[in-house]
Design a protein around this ligand. Structure first.
Ligand SMILES: [Zn+2]
Length: 270
């Protein structure tokens, strides 16, 4: 079955991964700007990273017939130093104007500090001022519920926000409903250790339906699986779901969400 992985860090993956993804049916990926596993020393380092996401990685995935789209932003882990974050934010418009850039992301909260919130508000303002879609990273484990609530509070407070153009990512059982009930898209991340498993994700689909759900691997440089979306497809089939229904979640939904971005062009495979 053809599918999108709407959230994966291709910059951290090998060409072997790309080949396996292509053989498994992956036709498109969304790559949000994120933390690279270490804190960058300067804004120039972000500049080169944004070039990698918008110039180099699309070529690398194209060799395997996979379309590459990116999100540009500064992640919460590197947003604590607000002066540094301002320097990075000043770089964003140049990259947001590039083709195949979907919007501002992944942005959000990590430890939910005052400085993280200050940077996040600047990022949201930039995105809304330019009419960009937004992709939100929600914090890990013990901070997830609180961080998700804080992000939703910030978005609710700004009347310019069009919820149908915002994805709240890394949702789990205790947060997915918060995002969906308020009209946002909800991303569910399949991770081998933390976040959701394929079976738990099927449970969430059974509880909340398929509408506005995006399933992703968020595969990066840590323990993660670039074929995680196929594990979800397999788990859905085992649960008795028809491929036409599964396809809505792994193909039609990300296509519909991405399609709201100015920079998005896509020709469906024949
Ligand atoms: Zn990510």
């Amino acid at each position: 079955m053809y599918f999108f992985d709407p959230h994966i860090h291709i910059a951290s993956r090998t060409t072997d991964d790309l080949e396996r993804m292509a053989r498994s049916g992956c036709v498109a990926v969304g790559e949000p700007a994120f933390w690279m596993g270490y804190d960058r020393a300067s804004a120039e380092s972000f500049y080169d990273y944004f070039r990698q996401l918008t110039e180099w990685e699309p070529k690398r995935t194209a060799n395997y017939g996979i379309r590459h789209y990116s999100w540009i932003g500064i992640n919460a882990k590197e947003a604590e130093n607000t002066a540094f974050a301002k320097e990075v934010i000043a770089l964003l418009p140049e990259f947001l104007d590039k083709p195949e850039v979907l919007g501002v992301g992944e942005i959000g909260l990590h430890k939910c500090t005052k400085n993280e919130v200050a940077t996040l508000l600047e990022l949201i303002d930039l995105a809304l001022g330019r009419g960009e879609q937004m992709l939100f990273h929600t914090p890990h484990l013990e901070d997830k519920y609180k961080g998700t609530r804080m992000i939703l509070d910030l978005l609710r407070a700004d009347p310019r926000v069009d919820r149908s153009r915002v994805c709240i990512d890394h949702c789990e059982e205790h947060t997915v409903r918060l995002a969906l009930d308020e009209g946002f898209w909800a991303g569910i991340t399949l991770y081998p250790l933390t976040k959701a498993t394929p079976e738990r994700t099927v449970d969430m689909v059974e509880t909340y339906g398929a509408e506005r759900i995006l399933v992703n691997s968020s595969a990066d440089w840590g323990p993660s699986d670039p074929l995680a979306v196929t594990a979800f497809i397999h788990a859905m089939r085992r649960r008795g779901y028809a491929d036409s229904f599964i396809r809505r979640i792994v193909y039609d939904n990300p296509l519909a969400f991405f399609n709201q971005s100015r920079g998005f062009t896509f020709t469906p495979p024949a």
